[in-house]
Design a binder for this molecule. Structure first.
Ligand code: UFG
Length: 330
């Protein structure tokens, strides 16, 4: 297959490109490198640097790259905290970028899109295991823009015959087993990379945000899902659309939750390093427990996480963080 990956230089995008290339696909990548890294793009993918809001640029790539079977769309800003202080940046990049890209895709006859969505579309969960039919009520602007993007696909799909799969990820983590690519954000806000930065000596301590949640040890519970498992789900979703199936939405997680303290203890076990902890107050907008039911993705897409063990997940992330102290900067 020939697949166009938007945002293929970012964390989840780059891992998906690796899986696509390894499976023998022809891969074209667009990324504006605002948050992605050229070094993360697989050398066998054809790379175009540019912005999805630039219609002439997107048209020029689609004019040059004929015969694209499907698009996988990761290109978006994804920091929850930033989205609350700068919501218009999120509306501009996430929604305007998607709108312009869709205009070009429709004009070029592209009719299959796999979309990178998020658990943040749900907001505060109604019950422990979140299913796709649960209420969507985002508590941050990032989740709101992702939900709006899903709705844009729905209406554009109805009007123009385009089909999409939206994949709502829970907490993406881990790194490619080779250690060649991994997680790198600037600034880093995610739990596992921050703890690993403490382990590799580039950060002094990990702050635990909230120790008074109604959970077994007072800290938040999350469903940590390996980035390569997410990447594989995108390939399953492309296959699903290629087989002629209708648009749909799927959660992606392991269905198991770990507390912040359990994650810190697992990093201690894997790395053998001291991890200094500072207990702080709650971070605004954090639900106590977020765990996915991925039963639908397993049943309909035939997807199954292969890297579900938290220790293994952290081992892969440590392989990256122990050899890339400054991410792609060295
Ligand atoms: N946490 C800390 N200290 C830190 C960082 C995080 O205690 O320094 C805690 C958070 O409070 C949370 C857990 O660790 O309880 C996980 O936090 P992350 O920032 O790693 O991830 P989130 O669960 O906040 O966010 C993830 C994705 C978002 C997505 C969201 C859905 O990264 O893109 O899930 O709610 F929007």
């Amino acid at each position: 297959m020939k697949i166009l990956v938007l945002g293929g230089a970012g964390y989840i995008g780059s891992h998906t490109v690796y899986e696509l290339v390894d499976a023998g696909n022809e891969v074209v990548v667009i990324d504006n490198l605002e948050t992605g890294f050229k070094a993360a793009v697989h050398p066998k993918a054809r790379f175009y640097q540019g912005d999805l809001r630039d219609r002439a640029f997107v048209d020029s790539v689609l004019d040059a790259e004929t015969g694209i079977d499907a698009v996988i769309h990761f290109a978006a800003n994804s920091q929850v905290g930033e989205s609350m202080v700068n919501p218009l940046k999120y509306y501009d990049n996430n929604l305007c970028g998607t709108k312009t890209m869709l205009q070009s895709a429709v004009a070029h006859g592209i009719d299959k899109i796999v979309f990178s969505s998020t658990a943040a579309t749900y907001g505060e969960p109604e019950k422990v295991l979140i299913v796709e039919t649960d209420r969507t009520n985002p508590t941050n602007c990032y989740g709101e823009t992702k939900l709006s993007m899903e709705k844009m696909f729905k209406w554009v799909g109805q009007a123009h015959g385009l089909r999409f799969v939206s994949l709502r990820y829970f907490n993406a983590c881990g790194a490619h087993v080779s250690g060649q690519i991994g997680e790198a954000h600037n600034p880093e806000t995610h739990l596992i990379p921050i703890i690993l930065q403490v382990a590799n000596g580039t950060r002094d301590h990990i702050s635990i945000f909230g120790t008074d949640y109604p959970t077994k040890d007072g800290t938040c519970v999350r469903d940590y899902i390996h980035v390569t498992d997410l990447a594989q789900a995108h390939i399953r979703a492309v296959d699903y659309l290629m087989a002629g199936n209708p648009s749909d939405i799927f959660n992606l997680g392991n269905g198991v939750g770990f507390t912040v303290r359990e994650v810190i203890d697992t990093v201690r076990e894997v790395t053998g390093r001291e991890i200094k902890v500072v207990e702080e107050g709650r971070r605004a907008g954090d639900p106590a427990v977020l765990i996915a039911s991925s039963e639908k993705a397993q049943r309909v897409l035939g997807w199954k996480p292969e890297h579900a063990d938290l220790k293994h997940i952290i081992e892969t992330a440590w392989r990256w963080h122990s050899t890339h102290l400054h991410g792609y900067g060295e």
